[in-house]
Design a protein around this ligand. Structure first.
Ligand code: NAD
Length: 269
C-alpha cells in the first residue's frame, strides 16, 4: 500500500485516477485549489472503505505545498508516488484564428495575446509540476525509492492551433520528465509522463461540442484524426497509471506515453 499524492485531484481526469488507486488500497492525498470538490471526493472514497485526505493546495505556492507535505507525512507517512495532474489552458492564451490572415479587428490573434495569460498557462503546467516535485521528492530521496508521474498532452508532440502557450508548456513538461528521470536515476526514483489525447472534460467541452451536444468543427476534426474514432474517457487513463505505479514497470523511466486512440500515430493521410 503506497502513499500517493495527486495534484489537481478534484479535476475530471485525476478524480477518476484517485478513486481507482484508492480502490486498489493505496492512501491518496488529494491536493487541489478547489477544496470543496476535493473534500467531496475524499468523503466518497472513504465511504467505500478507501483512505483519502483532502488538502487545499496551490501548486504554485511552495509554502502551501510544504504545509501539505507535513500533513501528508503526519497522517499517511512519506509520499511514495506523486502524480502531477494540475494543469490547463486559459482563454487569454488562446488565439481566435488558426492561421494569420491579416484580418483587422480580430480580438485575440497572436499579436493580442496577453503576457498575463501566457504566464498563467506556463506557470500552472510547468512550474505547477516542478514545484510539487521539489517538495514531495524530498520524501523519496530519503528512502532512495519513489515514482513521479507527470501529465503531459498531445500538444507536447505537435502543437495544436490556437493554444501556443499550453502546447509549449506541455512540451516543457515532457522535456522536464526526461531531464528529471536522468537526474533521479541513481536514487531509485522513476519519472514518467502520460500524454492524454482528447478527453471531453469541462476544460474543453465548449471547444469540442455545441450546447446541443453535437461536435463543433474542431471536435469533428479531432475525431477524424483519431484512428479509434472517439474521445477518450477518464477510465482510459487508469490502466496506464496503474502500470506506471506498479513494480511491473520498474525498468521504465523517462518516457511520455500517449493514451490517445492513435492520434499521434496518424498523419491524416
Ligand atoms: P480539470 O480542469 O478537470 O482539472 C484540473 C484541476 O486542477 C482542477 O480541479 C483545478 O481546481 C486544479 N487546479 C488548477 N489550478 C491549480 C493550482 N494552482 N493548484 C492546485 N490545483 C489547481 O482538468 P482535466 O481535464 O481533468 O486535466 C487534468 C490534467 O490532464 C491537466 O494537466 C491537463 O492539462 C491534462 N490534459 C487534459 C486533457 C483533456 O483532454 N482533458 C488532455 C491532455 C492533457
Amino acid at each position: 500500500m503506497k502513499t500517493i499524492v495527486i495534484t489537481g485531484a478534484s479535476g475530471i481526469l485525476c478524480s477518476n485516477l484517485a478513486t481507482d488507486l484508492a480502490k486498489k488500497g493505496h492512501k491518496i492525498a488529494l491536493l487541489d485549489l478547489n477544496i470543496d470538490k476535493a473534500q467531496i471526493l475524499a468523503n466518497s472514497i472513504k465511504s467505500k472503505g478507501g483512505k483519502a485526505l483532502a488538502l487545499e493546495v496551490d501548486v504554485l505556492n511552495k509554502i502551501s505545498l510544504e504545509a501539505a507535505r507535513i500533513e501528508v507525512n503526519r497522517i499517511f507517512g512519506p509520499c511514495d508516488i506523486l502524480i502531477n495532474g494540475a494543469g490547463g489552458n486559459h482563454p487569454k492564451a488562446t488565439t481566435n484564428d488558426q492561421f494569420y490572415e491579416n484580418i483587422h479587428g480580430v480580438e485575440c490573434s497572436f499579436f493580442n495575446l496577453e503576457a498575463e495569460g501566457i504566464k498563467f498557462v506556463f506557470d500552472l503546467n510547468f512550474m505547477g509540476t516542478l514545484l510539487p516535485t521539489q517538495v514531495f521528492a524530498n520524501d523519496m530521496v530519503k528512502v532512495k525509492n519513489g515514482n513521479i508521474i507527470n501529465i503531459s498532452s498531445m500538444n507536447a508532440f505537435q502543437p495544436l492551433t490556437k493554444i501556443p502557450a499550453y502546447s509549449a508548456a506541455k512540451a516543457a513538461t515532457s522535456n522536464f520528465t526526461q531531464w528529471l528521470s536522468v537526474y533521479f536515476s541513481k536514487v531509485g526514483i522513476r519519472v514518467n509522463a502520460i500524454a492524454p489525447g482528447f478527453f471531453l472534460t469541462e476544460q474543453n467541452r465548449e471547444l469540442l461540442t455545441t450546447k446541443k451536444g453535437n461536435l463543433t468543427a474542431r471536435g469533428e476534426t479531432i475525431i477524424k484524426r483519431t484512428p479509434l474514432g472517439r474521445f477518450g474517457t477518464p477510465e482510459d487513463l487508469i490502466s496506464t497509471t496503474e502500470w506506471l505505479c506498479d513494480e511491473a514497470s520498474s525498468f521504465i523511466t523517462g518516457i511520455v506515453i500517449p493514451v490517445d486512440g492513435g492520434f499521434s500515430a496518424y498523419s491524416g493521410i
